[in-house]
Write a protein that binds this ligand. Structure first.
Ligand code: PHE
Length: 346
């Protein structure tokens, strides 16, 4: 019996030495350890021995089995390493340190801030929606409770197309479409959507007014959404963006599509709240309008305002980028002045 084991061991070594490919190992494994393999058979043969001999031989067979198992694993690793080395040797090599004349682009400062905010909201379970730039008059105005002849239409005059459609004046133009797309939320699963976008208005352009600018709007609708939810999300957002623990306060503000509506201010980082020229000595900076979605807007979006409530906020993305990077002139963003635009990083 023991002699037989020596033979098996020698045979295994010989066969393993002849192996060059990974699949051949499997063949050897079956030949020795498989159901009818030599080692398995040897284990079966133990039956015919008497108790003492069985003990000794049993131990040896098991040792051999372990040895073969280990050798197979080791050999597999060796082969993999060999294949890897071969692959490396055959791969074309590049020298990445050679200077290149290809100019690499950079992200636009607005894109940087937008993706930073999207990332924050994605971790809080928000869906990101696109929203069209060309919108119907209904989506931009009536759908968000701004009827014809409402004074807000005058303040947000925009560019009209010949077919009666218009370039959206605010991201809120997507609210109705989004509500219809997702429908009423399931209990305990509020609808949480973030929709950034480029907006247009008829403006006299100067350092702080542009006809083309970016907003980023958010909306959360559910069976139990209150102003506390709004404050919570705004605090998380602003603390991340400004990299400090911001204090927020709400003042009443009017927008036809929210009721109640607010202007949200943050405490001034420059003076810490004691008052300075940046915050016009108030200690607070006006940052974003927000509020609880008006029942008419929910209703128009096909969501029952008696069952659901929601908040919405509209962040001036362009303005936020100006604050974050201390950019004094809004015209820079659309200027194509690469020398200036290339200098912003996250
Ligand atoms: N749509 C508003 C604007 O463009 C901003 C806003 C969004 C206000 C959502 C309240 C809630 O000025």
């Amino acid at each position: 019996m023991l002699e037989n084991l020596e033979k098996i061991k020698a045979q295994f070594k010989e066969e393993l030495n002849g192996v060059n490919m990974k699949d051949e190992i499997e063949r050897i494994r079956v030949a020795f350890l498989g159901k009818k393999g030599l080692v398995t058979e040897a284990l079966k043969d133990l039956r015919n021995l008497d108790v003492e001999a069985k003990k000794v031989a049993g131990q040896q067979v098991n040792l051999l089995k372990d040895e073969i198992e280990k050798a197979i694993v080791e050999f597999q690793k060796t082969l993999e390493e060999r294949e890897y080395q071969k692959e490396i040797a055959n791969t074309e090599r590049y020298d990445f340190s050679i200077p290149s004349d290809v100019t690499v682009g950079t992200l636009h400062p607005i894109t940087i801030v937008q993706s930073q905010i999207e990332d924050i909201f994605k971790t809080m379970g928000f869906i990101i929606e696109d929203g069209l730039e060309i919108q119907t008059e209904f989506n931009n105005f009536e759908g968000v409770n701004i009827p014809k002849n409402h004074p807000a239409r005058d303040m947000t005059d925009t560019y009209y197309l010949e077919n009666g459609q218009l370039l959206k004046t605010h991201t809120s133009a997507a609210q109705n479409t989004i509500m219809r797309k997702y429908g009423a939320p399931k209990p305990g699963e509020p609808l949480k959507v973030l929709f950034p976008g480029r907006c247009f208005r008829n403006e006299n352009i100067d350092a702080s007014h542009e006809n083309t600018f970016f907003q980023l709007e958010g909306m959360m609708i559910g069976d139990d959404i209150s102003i506390s939810n709004l404050i919570y999300f705004m605090k998380v957002l602003l603390s991340e963006v400004f990299e400090r623990d911001v204090k927020v306060r709400l003042r009443p503000g009017f927008f036809p599509f929210v009721e109640p509506g607010f202007e949200l201010d943050i405490n001034c980082a420059i003076c810490g709240g004691s008052g300075c020229p940046t915050c016009k000595h108030s200690g607070w900076l006006e940052l974003l309008p927000c509020g609880m979605i008006h029942p008419n807007v929910l209703r128009l979006g096909g969501i029952d305002p008696d069952k659901y409530t929601g908040f919405a906020f509209g962040l001036g993305l362009t303005r936020l980028a100006m604050m974050k990077y201390n950019i004094k002139d809004i015209r820079l963003f659309n200027s194509g002045n690469l020398k200036q635009l290339r200098q912003f990083t996250i």
